[in-house]
Design a protein. Structure first.
Lengths: 112, 113
């Protein structure tokens, strides 16, 4: 049972345009969400996070939006750059359980 | 400052063999974790540790053992390898709980025949 789902395995975007990566979750106990970015043959690197008490967090070109009623979060990258081409994982935590659950990942390709 | 290091980078095992995947960090982080990455499954937490001498199970712990005798090292042991354990394994560490930024190693690619 996949508690965190990224239903789009891949996304292709033109350089300079907006990239929107989506993530859905089923467990209402999740109270913290993170996005990680992964290049081939490397480990994931932390990108941005958001607490469940917020609905938006922004860091430079990256913004994460959280819609708790829909159990949905999204990562917006504006403007997209070729160096953003990577696999993006969303992840969720519920403190009481102490567990971190990742989605399946979305491969973003930004074309020049 | 090497960050999180993992050895070996690649390993081939026969079914039933045992091996230990090594993980070390030099950032004095309390939290360390092991994940496996499989196609279409994302990253799944195997075991984690909140400090030396303390370990706990993650989402997919069966077939794996861990111990944490020092802050720096967190080895993952496969006692009797199975083809289902073919995967890419990542070790990670963080200063605090999972909300804190985790630093991942480069991964170990394991093939079990």
């Amino acid at each position: 049972d996949q508690q965190v789902k990224q239903n789009s395995p891949s996304l292709s975007v033109q350089e300079g345009r907006i990239s929107i990566l989506n993530c859905d979750y089923t467990n209402s106990m999740f109270d913290y969400f993170l996005w990680y970015k992964k290049y081939p043959a490397e480990g994931p690197t932390f990108l941005i996070s958001i607490s469940s008490i917020k609905d938006k967090n922004e860091d430079g070109r990256f913004t994460v939006f959280l819609n708790k009623s829909a159990k949905h979060l999204s990562l917006h990258i504006v403007p997209s750059q070729p160096g953003d081409s990577a696999v993006y994982f969303c992840a969720a935590i519920y403190n009481q359980g102490g567990k971190l659950i990742f989605g399946q990942g979305t491969e973003l390709s930004v074309k020049p | 400052n090497a960050g999180v290091t993992q050895t070996p980078k690649f390993q081939v095992l026969k079914t039933g063999q045992s091996m230990t995947l090594q993980c070390a960090q030099d950032m004095n982080h309390e939290y360390m974790s092991w994940y496996r990455q499989d196609p279409g499954m994302g990253l799944r937490l195997i075991h984690y540790s909140v400090g030396a001498g303390i370990t706990d199970q993650g989402e997919v712990p069966n077939g794996y053992n861990v111990s944490r005798s020092t802050t720096e090292d967190f080895p993952l042991r496969l006692l009797s390898a199975a083809p289902s354990q073919t995967s890419v394994y990542f070790c990670a560490s963080s200063y605090g709980a999972f909300q804190e930024t985790q630093y991942f190693g480069p991964g170990t690619r394991l093939l079990v025949l």
